[in-house]
Ligand binder design. Structure first.
Ligand code: HH2
Length: 276
């Protein structure tokens, strides 16, 4: 099934994370080698990911931007190899804010653009998604990764993030992107305090009510470590799984996770309950 058609189906999906970076917050440096990255991508697919999100730039708080050429150097061989090796029902996504990187990834087989800037970083991004008729994730972020945790402030975080995403979805449509190509993402951890993240997670239904498929990225993130007093991201798998179960009940469509096997269990059980 084509990814665009699959996104219209009711059952939620898992997007497995493949960071080809030296500095990602929880798996930086593990998949810099092409062979290791491809093996990890195949493992994520085997465990139940229907999308593999390949990224060559960390967006952790404080991260410096990575030039297009370097992102392409990191991700392209991995995407080329994965597009040969992945089963037909697993798609590749490119996690970048630069259209030149997305374009190279699409030519190598990527079928989804994951743009954490929601088309603001590069004016060419919407045009690229429109001309290739590919789905695009529009994510909310206050500031940039370098500055976003400096002093984020909201009056009403849910209303503000929702208004931002609706405005970006409108801008995308004005640039020629079809409504069904658009996914929205509240951007957990991107310029948000702990309580902002919790508010967003408590009101996911309001994002779902827009009618756009909602993508959620909580995997191993710090707000859960703060609640639990756990500093090591890899110790936050069970916490992540709890958010996935709640997200399924709220109607979230795609879960972006590092730990596919555990989140697949949560998704299947919560989905069965939702349909009971
Ligand atoms: N989170 C991260 C990266 N990309 N994309 C979307 N759409 N939503 C998210 O929540 C999201 C994202 C950060 O996580 P990770 O990739 O694990 O770390 P890093 O940015 O350090 O590579």
């Amino acid at each position: 099934m084509r990814l665009l058609d699959r996104l219209q189906e009711p059952k939620p999906m898992l997007m497995g994370i493949l960071n080809v970076t030296p500095d990602s917050f929880s798996d930086g440096g593990r998949y810099l080698d092409v062979r290791a990255a491809v093996a990890q991508g195949l493992k994520l697919a085997e465990e139940g990911a229907e999308i593999i999100d390949v990224g060559g730039e960390s967006t952790r708080p404080g991260a410096e931007p990575v030039a297009a050429e370097e992102q392409i150097r990191r991700v392209l061989p991995v995407i080329e190899a994965l597009s040969e090796a992945l089963p037909a029902d697993c798609s590749i996504s490119i996690d970048t804010t630069i259209a030149e990187v997305a374009k190279a990834a699409i030519q190598a087989g990527a079928a989804l653009i994951n743009d954490v800037s929601a088309g603001r970083a590069d004016p060419q991004m919407f045009q690229l998604a429109a001309s290739h008729k590919l789905p695009i994730v529009l994510m909310h972020m206050q500031g940039t990764p370098k500055t976003m945790q400096d002093n984020p402030v909201y009056q009403d975080v849910v209303a503000e993030v929702l208004a931002f995403l609706k405005a970006r979805a409108l801008a995308a449509q004005q640039a020629g992107i079809a409504r069904e190509q658009i996914l929205i993402d509240p951007g957990i951890g991107f310029g948000k305090r702990r309580n902002d993240n919790l508010q967003l997670l408590a009101h996911l239904d309001r994002f779902v009510a827009t009618g756009f498929p909602v993508l959620l990225g909580t995997s191993r993130k710090r707000f859960m470590g703060q609640i639990l007093d756990v500093g090591e991201p890899t110790e936050l798998v069970a916490a992540t799984v709890a958010t996935t179960a709640l997200g399924v009940m709220a109607g979230v469509k795609v879960f972006r996770v590092h730990d596919v096997k555990a989140n697949r269990q949560a998704l299947e059980v919560a989905w069965a309950i939702r349909n009971a």
